[in-house]
Design a protein around this ligand. Structure first.
Ligand code: NAD
Length: 496
């Protein structure tokens, strides 16, 4: 192991303290730009998960956090936001080393993470006023109050593409709602999630309200199946999401799933050429294409197709690639495993008869690290898996369409429904298509910008439920009716 950073955490965060694993296995943390192992974290066991869930359970059942008022919880969450913001540069460096992303994007992630905690602090501030609603009933003597209460212990399982930001999408609303949390970050990028433990301690979050266990699939499976948790919030791939849902079925537990996608970008011939090039490239190549909503299927109205493809290829060849510590547009893929998966997808595309117009190889100046040149495929058979399945890497597939109906039909012809985008100068057409696209997140005349204020999630195999905005808070609230009778006595059913 080289250049170990001693300030990085190497233990679980359970009940407000740093705790060793009950097991003896470790997970190497590898810098994707150098392939060097620079740290290690415990490979959490089912016993570690047990301890973390027990801590969260007791913090929920007997601790102060769920009993605190919304404004009291808001103070702690706001303090967490401030602490994250104050450490932006340092946390971004950790994210770059852990994930491989370019510095400007890592800084964005951390700024967004602070923003998410700030947003849910604001919601916590006002939620008490909205937590109870009296409902008029159509029978004399009866009144009903509908009460929103924290769901309990939330199990949060997250992926590696936006490590700290994905943690915040679950931890911040769950804590705002008054839940306690067990967080399991991805085994590929555990480091910034662990920093949340330090930040929670400094912000004065009560012990047990947030617990963090590092580990791989076995730890995730133990958490998803744990009867001590009341809800599972999962972000990751469809196959794992299916297993999480099956585990939740055992205890009939609430589950929200943010899964993969194969998002279309429908570009009409009247689109502004420069904007079409910019948003198409950003839509697929930012964060190395490791983005769940990446618009990886680009559908272009035929009169624009050849000329747009030519511009996309020219601009793609100019994309600067290198370690995220430098000013580059594209960093390294997260791991050898992900690199191999993307390379296998490219080989499948070629074997299926698609034309690899540019990219796909290793940049000549980067002999080490999980770097690849961004790729564009044209003439892709519609039944090829590179057209139908998520690649989760910098691979764009492009195809022409003939008219609006054709474009929408092709866009919707997918088992996924996470993101979608449409571009046209005809705003009424763009809005009409936006409503016809089967996806939970639709962009008009852009692709990817994501705001904490608005709901996020997918339809079809892309998932269940919505994160972010006030919808994200609802994920962690249970709705209870309290119906009272104060009518004439006796009621008169049995006692006549
Ligand atoms: P993954 O499914 O391999 O792993 C996700 C998490 O689940 C990890 O923490 C992993 O350790 C854990 N896990 C593995 N096996 C488990 C099991 N049996 N039970 C419970 N947990 C288990 O996904 P990944 O490769 O980390 O992430 C990439 C995927 O995430 C892509 O499909 C991407 O589209 C999706 N994603 C979706 C969104 C969204 O908002 N919809 C956001 C980011 C990523």
């Amino acid at each position: 192991m080289s250049t170990a950073n001693n300030s990085l955490k190497s233990a679980h965060f359970i009940n407000g303290a740093w705790e060793a694993s009950s097991g003896s296995d470790w997970i190497d943390v590898i810098d994707p730009a150098t392939e060097e192992t620079f740290h290690r974290v415990p490979d959490g066991t089912a016993e570690d998960i047990d301890r973390a869930v027990a801590a969260a359970r007791s913090a929920f059942d007997t601790g102060p956090w769920p009993q605190m008022s919304g404004p009291e919880r808001a103070k702690v969450l706001r303090r967490m936001a401030q602490l994250i913001e104050a450490r932006t540069a340092e946390l971004a460096e950790i994210e770059i080393r852990d994930n491989g992303k370019p510095r400007p994007e890592a800084v964005w992630d951390i700024e967004d993470t602070a923003g998410v905690f700030g947003f849910y602090a604001d919601l916590a501030e006002t939620m008490d006023a909205n937590a109870e609603e009296d409902i008029a009933l159509p029978m004399d003597g009866f009144t009903s109050t509908v009460v929103k209460q924290p769901i309990g212990v939330a199990a949060a399982i997250i992926p590696w593409n936006f490590p700290m930001l994905m943690a915040s999408w679950k931890v911040a609303p769950a804590l705002a709602a008054g839940c306690t949390v067990v967080l399991k970050p991805s085994e590929l990028t555990p480091l910034t999630a662990l920093e949340l433990g330090t930040i929670a301690q400094e912000a004065g979050l009560p012990a047990g309200a947030l617990n963090i266990v590092t580990g791989a699939g076995a730890a995730g499976a133990a958490l998803a199946a744990h009867p001590g948790a009341d809800k599972t919030a999962f972000t990751g791939s469809v196959p794992t999401g299916r297993r999480v849902m099956q585990a939740a079925a055992e205890d009939i537990k609430a589950v929200s799933l943010e899964l993969g996608g194969k998002s279309p970008f429908v570009i009409f011939a009247d689109a502004d050429m420069e904007e079409a090039v910019e948003w198409t490239l950003f839509g697929i190549f930012w964060n190395q294409g490791e983005v769940c909503t990446a618009t990886s299927r680009v559908l272009v109205e035929r009169p624009l197709y050849d000329v747009l493809l030519e511009r996309l290829v020219d601009e793609t060849r100019k994309i600067t690639i290198g370690p995220g510590t430098e000013e580059v547009l594209m960093g390294a893929l997260v791991s050898q495993g992900q690199y191999d998966k993307v390379q296998a997808a490219i080989a499948t595309g070629v074997a299926d008869g698609a034309t690899l117009v540019t990219g796909g190889g290793r940049p000549a100046h980067l002999p080490k690290g999980y770097f690849m040149e961004p790729a564009i495929f044209a003439d892709v058979p519609k039944d090829s898996t590179i057209w139908t399945e998520e690649i989760f890497g910098p691979v764009l597939c492009i195809s022409p369409f003939d008219n609006e109906d054709d474009g929408v039909r092709e866009a919707n012809n997918s088992i996924y429904g996470l993101g979608a985008a449409v571009m046209s100068r005809d705003i009424s057409r763009a809005n009409r298509v936006a409503r016809a696209l089967k996806a939970g997140v639709v962009w008009v005349n852009c692709s990817q910008p994501t705001f904490t204020e608005v709901p996020w999630g997918g339809v079809k195999r892309s998932g269940i439920g919505r994160e972010l905005g006030r919808w994200g808070l609802e994920n962690y609230l249970e709705t209870k009716q309290i119906t009272s009778w104060a009518g004439e006595k006796p009621w008169g059913w049995y006692l006549k």
